[in-house]
Write a protein that binds this ligand. Structure first.
Ligand SMILES: [Zn+2]
Length: 114
């Protein structure tokens, strides 16, 4: 985590604390809806802190390195065959699921694109 990230997290937590304190004051002296609004708003900077700390983590290595050799290539071939078998038509494949061949009978929707 960089120095600027830590400073940003401190700012987020200070903002969250201020909003939470305002929620308490609204709960005691103000309307209940305002207390609920400030309580909800006080959680937003906490989410920002979580996201900031997640983005500060170093990149992880890929889960599985690509295999080499006859067994790995057979698995890759099987994967490619399965993906091609699941494709609707060639135009659907090359247009990322937005278009179909004129003679395409299946007409899979875009949500089926991988
Ligand atoms: Zn198609």
């Amino acid at each position: 985590m960089t120095r600027s990230s830590r400073l940003l997290c401190a700012l987020y937590l200070a903002t969250s604390t201020g909003l939470a304190w305002t929620a308490v004051l609204e709960f005691r002296y103000g309307p209940l809806w305002a207390a609920a609004a400030f309580a909800g708003a006080s959680m937003v900077p906490v989410v920002a802190v979580v996201r900031e700390t997640e983005s500060a983590e170093p990149d992880r290595p890929p889960r599985a390195a690509p295999r080499t050799g006859p067994r790995g290539s057979a698995a890759a071939d099987a994967l490619v065959r399965a993906e091609l078998a699941a494709a609707c038509c060639e135009r659907w494949w090359t247009s990322l699921g937005t278009d179909h061949d004129a003679r395409c009978a299946r007409r899979l929707p875009r949500s089926s694109a991988a």
